[in-house]
Design a protein around this ligand. Sequence first.
Ligand SMILES: *[C@@H]1O[C@H](CO)[C@@H](O)[C@H](O)[C@H]1NC(C)=O
Ligand SMILES: *[C@@H]1O[C@H](CO)[C@@H](O)[C@H](O)[C@H]1NC(C)=O
Length: 180
Amino acid sequence: MANRSCLLYAFVLLVAFQSSMIMSNTVIHTPQCRPVAASSRDKILFSINLLIYKAEFFLRASVGVGINGISPGLVQGPVPIGGTLANITNSARRIIEELGLATVGHLRAIKQVLRSNLPLPGPQLDLSAQVFAGFVNLGFNVSTLSPPFNIYANTPSFVLAAEAISAFTVQYYAGIILRL
Ligand SMILES: *[C@@H]1O[C@H](CO)[C@@H](O)[C@H](O)[C@H]1NC(C)=O
Ligand SMILES: *[C@@H]1O[C@H](CO)[C@@H](O)[C@H](O)[C@H]1NC(C)=O
């Protein structure tokens, strides 16, 4: 996939996430997207899910291990499906691994603040290339790109999508922090 397409994808994703944060009171008229009333607890649980997602995605793509391979018993839930090592340069791999480890640190800190001896509950995650390809197809309004977008295929595709996921997590915190 051309770098230009990757950039466009990241841009589309960022704009989509950004506008959903800024206009969180706006009703979005599609069957799947609508505001949901959430308590502070719900919002924090959702943000924990995002961190679990980011850590699993970054660690499995860079070094092929999950959160419990790094910090046994930190999270509890089904093993993510579809995660795989990404075909990225060694320097990108080291940075992605480091970001994954930092996210595990954030999860540990949250667990400490919650004073919980129980593992943090995690949802079933699907990290497969097909799921990301589905987002990109939506962004371009096509049934499928040819060849299909593969997030794991090369450094530009992976890093731009990873950047979008990181940005989304930050945006989510910025959005909820005033309403907790
Ligand atoms: C997406 O594509 C369909 C069919 O190709 C078209 O009817 C529709 O208007 C497009 N949507 C947008 C937002 O461009
Ligand atoms: C891995 O990345 C390199 C460098 O971008 C590329 O030449 C190669 O075709 C990729 N391998 C696969 C299996 O995608």
